[in-house]
Design a protein around this ligand. Sequence first.
Ligand code: PBG
Length: 330
Amino acid sequence: MTGMFPMTRLRRTRASAWSRNLHRETVLTPADLIWPLFVTEGAGVEDPIGSLPGVSRWSVDLIAARAREAAALGIPCIALFPNTQAERRSENGEEALNPDNLMCRAIRAIKQTCGDDIGVLTDVALDPYTSHGQDGLIDGAGYVLNDATVEVLVGQALNQASAGADVIAPSDMMDGRIGTIREALESAGHANVQIMSYAAKYASAFYGPFRDAVGSRGLLKGDKKTYQMDPANAEEALREVALDLAEGADSVMVKPGLPYLDIVRRVKDAFEVPVFAYQVSGEYAMIEAAVAAGAGERDALVLETLMSFKRAGCSGVLTYHATHAAKLLG
Ligand code: PBG
């Protein structure tokens, strides 16, 4: 340490708790969290998901209480995903257009109970409704058709908006769907319904437990690599984001989360728009597995990973740990 004057010691500001608090560059609050919730048929049903320990599917009559719980903890938004009954799934996913489908009933139940106390974000993609588990319509060879799928997604988005959805979140990765959905929402009088685009969504190995949760895992043949992004690509993510913003997205999402923090930072620096990340099911399961194996402490792992999203530039994070984290932060 000789010869360095004035003496720079970065440990000086770390030496006491008050000083660490004072010098903290990034804050994490419950208002940074979006809580994904799975909906299922029946009444009084809480159905635990084996591969997502601690996460359940809830029947519509219990879902509003979950939303109220989130709002009371300061969580501003929930994200809904349906586990559609097998008999309601079909080749073309028509159930997505049913105004009384699980998703729409859940939206109405939450909005009736919570009003504007919490935002409801809804997933637009056909995988919870198709008998083949792909996010869109397929041709004879199993290829997911782009433009034909977009037409159905528009109907799905309008159906959700009519039921009261606040944020439409297309997770399907079809080209051109943001602009087409935006136009349709405007024409239908839903000018204030937002679009959070899953703009950079990768063909990832981290979605397994989610596919269990919505019941599409056993149905899905092959993979989603012809529409979801190659994990090797970052420049392409910037092009995806540019297009979705030009088409009218209010905010963009990067998904999965932790393995793609570099994408979050590049998107934030390049566009200076609200960026969200989805800490997906496989990431949640990894943390829970680490805890179960005695490899780490849950509270600290949860808060450190969530903080990393904020530090990388996120406005917020979708996480299955949302209520747990909000309690720790509250
Ligand atoms: C599908 C969709 C997926 C997720 C959200 N929407 C899975 C997939 O693309 O197969 C994954 C979320 C998670 O793993 O938590 N439209």
